[in-house]
Design a protein. Structure first.
Ligand code: ZN
Length: 71
């Protein structure tokens, strides 16, 4: 059974529920009893982003930043 993460907007706590996929969109009640909750997107391996910094950006010197290119 899939597990879904929810966040309570009343108290701000997050909690998980195991429920059938057919009930994934049903309102969930937080452990404190609030029903003002939202379902969070499942976190699927979003950690550890590789080093992908844009390298070798051409040193513009300031021409296209100062306005000389725009006339
Ligand atoms: Zn709550």
């Amino acid at each position: 059974m899939p597990r879904y993460d929810y966040r309570c907007r009343a108290c701000g706590s997050t909690f998980e529920l195991n429920r059938p996929m057919a009930e994934a969109g049903d309102p969930a009640v937080c452990p404190s009893g609030h029903d003002d909750t939202v379902k969070l997107l499942s976190t699927i391996a979003v950690t550890g982003k590789a080093s992908g910094a844009p390298a070798a950006r051409p040193a513009g010197g300031g021409c296209c930043g100062g306005g000389c290119c725009g006339g």
